[in-house]
Structure formats: C-alpha cells, structure tokens
Design a protein around this ligand. Structure first.
Ligand code: PMP
Ligand code: GLN
Length: 385
C-alpha cells in the first residue's frame, strides 16, 4: 500500500468529532456552524433536485455557475475572469487542492508550505511526489518575514501552497504580506496555489486581497474558493478554481479523472447564492463577528489567553503563559472527557517542530451553544494549574 496514506493517522477533525459524540460534548472542534444555512439557497437546491437537471453537467461546471463566480469576484475582489477558460467548479476546495497539486507537481519538485497547515496539504503534496519546504509560523501574530521566506524558498520552487485567511490561526494577510510573498514566488518561478476558502469570513471591516490580483501574479496563481464556507453549508462540497487558461487547462485534466463533475443541483443553488445582495454577505460577517466577540469575551473572563481572530470560524487560546503541566493534545483530551467541550489541538497542524500550547475553538455557533461551552469550561484551567 502507499505509505503516504497507510501511515497517516485519522484526521484530527474526525477524531475530535467522534470523541465529542462519545462524551456528549459541545463540539467546538471541527469547523461547522450549527445554523442550518440560508433557507433560500437550500430551497433553490431542493427545487433543482426536483425540477432541474440531474444528469452529468459540463465537466468545468454549469456555465451559469461559472458566470456567477466571475460576476461575484468582479464585484467583491475586482477580478476579471473568463468563465469559459479561467474558472472550473470542483467537489469542494478539497478536490480543487488535490487536483491542483497532482496537476502541477512532478516527483522531486520542491513545494513551499506554511505551518500551521491544513491537514490535507502535506499528504497531497507528498502523494504527488513533492518535496516539502516548511515555513514555521508562530503565535500570536503568525506572520512571515523576508528572512523566513529566504530560508525556506529553494532557488527553483515549483509550487507554493498558501492559505489566506489562515486556518487554524484566524490570521488575515494583507497587501504588504502578499507583496513580500509575491516577490519570492516570482523570483523562484513558483506557481502559487492560494487556498482562499475563508475569503468572505473576515471581520472588523477587513477586505480580502486575493494574491492573484497582485502585479505579476495573474499568470502564476491558482485561486481556490468554497461555497461551503461562503454560505455556511460546509457539507455541500462545491468548490471553485480560478487560474489563467494555460494553467486551468491542465488542472481540468486532473479534475476529469478525480470527480469529473459536481452535483448540478447544488451548483445551481450556489449560482443563485453568489448573486445575493451585499447585505447578505455583510450580515453573515457581522453575525460571525458577534459570535467571535461573545465567545472571546467569555473565554477571557474565564482566564483563557485569547489570540484575537481576524477571520475564519476559529479563535485560539495560547496556554503557554499559564504554566500548565500539559500540552495542547492532553488539554483537549481532558477538556472533552471531563468538561464535555471538544476543541482542536493546533499541534496537529504542524508537520515538524509543533507549537504545543495553542488550542482552537470554533465559535460559529448559536449563542446558547457558546454559552453552554463557556459554562462547561469554567474550572478547566484551575484544575490543570
Ligand atoms: N482549506 C481550508 C483551509 C479549509 O479550512 C477547508 C475546510 N474547512 C478546506 C480547504 C476544505 O474545503 P471544502 O469543504 O470545500 O472541501
Ligand atoms: N476545515 C474544517 C476545520 O478546519 C474541517 C474539515 C474536515 O473535517 N475535513 O475544522
């Protein structure tokens, strides 16, 4: 069997969700909202199942969805994308990532990744034969410097895999960070796979800057999005890939033999949703921001050292300053067993030299869920001290 997969542990999200079920815990581990998601978008999907097209759609995705993606990114990110040759619909961002990495990497190619990294990245890079070069980011700011990039980037880099906003850190990288990264990508000739699934989930008036919009990056970026995150419907698995025609053409060849297509009814509903008014997206952000603030304040009252979240569904606490006698993993195990709250140990997002003091909580929940978790967390720090 292939050792990349044979030697892999089960994903931390699956492990923590199973533990949460077993211990009847409030699950703030795996990132998903406990709201059912926008009703009109779900109704569109239901209508499309009953009355719409249920056979294979076009391999690149329904043309009305590709047009909606182009219009959406023109409106929100000032991008000009050709729906015929620069946009492809995939079965979630996960398929987009897998297909991009398989299509771009040849065995032995060097690939730059940033830790903490989303759990799918490294196995996919290794399966494609890539040789990982890791940039290690640290709390509380999780930012990279010119020296860090200079150390990590080989003279010839085939691919860079960059996640912005960053899960699990909740960091949103702005123009200055992106310009620095872009310089290194151009110099080393890399194509950048930009995982931007959290692009709409950003707070405090921030605007998402897609790396593909920076000078010189149009020809070397693969931009990945996910309707699951945009519409708080994480189970939908409708993703999008945007890239210049000469890149997209090759990515489409990988896609045609991974999934070939994505359910057409969900695609139709996503096309409808992407055209919703600004008000929908702004309200969605405001609501998540309010949950972030409620949960952050509650954690601080209990004595948790919270790192401010700029985007995503996640807020982190850094236990280092508390002098506890346990690492993030034992803390999370104790939390779920003794306090019935599930969280994610951030060391699971490191492949080497893990940060072992940071714990991630998902705050994309109803007030009652967050309050129940906070009640259960009272005392969790005292007993560990
Ligand atoms: N990339 C990142 C950074 C994510 O956080 C997630 C899921 N939360 C994905 C990719 C996967 O997205 P999808 O569910 O659309 O496959
Ligand atoms: N992206 C989600 C998270 O970070 C989990 C996705 C999954 O379970 N694979 O929590």
């Amino acid at each position: 069997m292939n050792p990349v997969f044979a030697d892999l542990p089960v994903s931390v999200f699956e492990v923590m969700s199973a533990l949460a079920r077993k211990h009847e815990a409030v699950n703030l581990g795996q990132g998903f909202p406990d709201d059912p998601g926008p009703e009109d978008v779900r109704r569109k999907a239901a209508e499309a199942v009953v009355d719409g097209w249920n056979q294979y759609p076009s391999m690149l995705g329904l043309i009305e969805l590709r047009q909606a993606i182009a219009a959406h990114y023109r409106h929100w990110q000032n991008l000009t994308l050709d729906p015929e040759s620069e946009i492809m619909v995939t079965s979630g961002a996960t398929e987009a990532l897998a297909g991009s990495l398989l299509a771009l990497i040849e065995p032995g190619d060097e690939v730059v990744l940033f830790q903490p990294l989303y759990d799918a990245y490294l196995p996919l890079v290794k399966r494609a034969g890539g040789v990982p070069r890791l940039v290690r980011l640290e709390p509380p700011h999780w930012r990279f410097s010119e020296e860090m990039l200079a150390r990590a980037f080989p003279p010839k880099t085939k691919v860079v895999l960059f996640n912005n906003p960053l899960n699990p850190a909740g960091t949103v990288y702005g123009r200055a960070d992106l310009e620095l990264l872009a310089r290194f990508c151009e110099k080393s000739g890399a194509i950048v796979v930009c995982d931007e699934v959290w692009e709409h989930v950003i707070f405090d008036g921030r605007r998402h800057v897609p790396l593909i919009a920076l000078p010189g990056m149009r020809e070397r970026c693969v931009k990945i999005g996910s309707a699951g995150k945009i519409f708080s419907l994480t189970g939908w698995k409708v993703g999008f890939v945007c890239a210049a025609p000469h890149i997209l053409r090759v990515l489409a060849k990988a896609h045609q033999f991974i999934t070939f297509t994505t359910p057409p009814n969900l695609q139709a509903a996503v096309a409808y949703g992407l055209a919703k008014s600004d008000d929908y997206f702004e309200t969605m952000r405001r609501d998540f921001q309010r949950s972030r603030d409620r949960f952050t304040a509650g954690l601080r009252t209990l004595g948790f050292p919270v790192i401010d979240a700029e985007g995503t569904y996640f807020v982190n606490v850094d236990l280092a300053s508390l002098g506890l006698n346990e690492d993030d993993e034992s803390f999370c195990k104790r939390l779920v067993v003794e306090h019935q709250v599930a969280a994610i140990p951030v060391s699971a997002f490191y492949a080497a030299e893990p940060i072992r003091s940071v714990v991630r909580f998902c705050f994309a929940k109803r007030d009652a869920t967050l309050d129940a978790a906070l009640d259960r967390l009272a005392g969790a720090l005292k007993r560990a001290a």
